[in-house]
Ligand binder design. Sequence first.
Ligand code: BTN
Length: 248
Amino acid sequence: MEIKYYLKLSSTNFEAKKLAKTGATAWTVIVAERQLSGYGKNKRFWFSPKGGLYFSVILPKFTLANLQILTFATGIAVVKVLRENLKIKATLKWPNDVLIFAPKSQGDFGGHKNYKKVAGILVENIIGKDVKVSIVGVGLNTNIGKFPKELAKIATSIKKETKREVDNKKILILILKKLKRILKMNDEKIMKEYRKYESTLGRKIEVLMRGRKLSAKALDFDRKGNLLVKLEKGGLIKILEGDLKYEF
Ligand code: BTN
């Protein structure tokens, strides 16, 4: 494992993709103290001031039939470190949001009462003629003291909720070690682990799909981690991607 530290980058995912294209080896890790143009799902801006932990990992070229599993594996690694090493109540909102118990800042992430987003995971794949590289980026709000007003409603940090500062480098190593171990498991085992830490199943949800809002209940995951939902108006559908909002 090679860890490259930068004081600032536009985006660690962007840098990792650049390095992967020029032949960087698997388990090269790019870390930046801050990002100027960090991004998340759907190219959404990712708030990346100094204090947080921002990193991207070039993953080995194992041909995973199901790339979605990488998001889950990383989510499990982050939640396990938060729970086991930092004793923080953390949970996964399908597919890629890491939430923490945030009563102090009146948490309510997508209807998930008392919880706010503390980390996000973004997997990007480069698919060339015969090369396939996957990059996983993690943004974890560790020692961030303040968020812009709009963001403060949905996001929080470990520092804000626990009044503690953590050692970003230590947390990074712990997450990487866990991730390495989890990626040795097969898809089925990873999904079994994922179920232990997720809190989407059983909830009433609102699914935003191709511009349409559908009321439903989250029923189950399939082997690949797609979400099976029961629509209120009747019928079962499988969701591969989409934003969820919980209802109660
Ligand atoms: C999301 O929740 O939508 C995913 C957010 C992922 C943010 C991380 S920060 C490190 C890496 N570099 C980026 O530009 N994005 C990811």
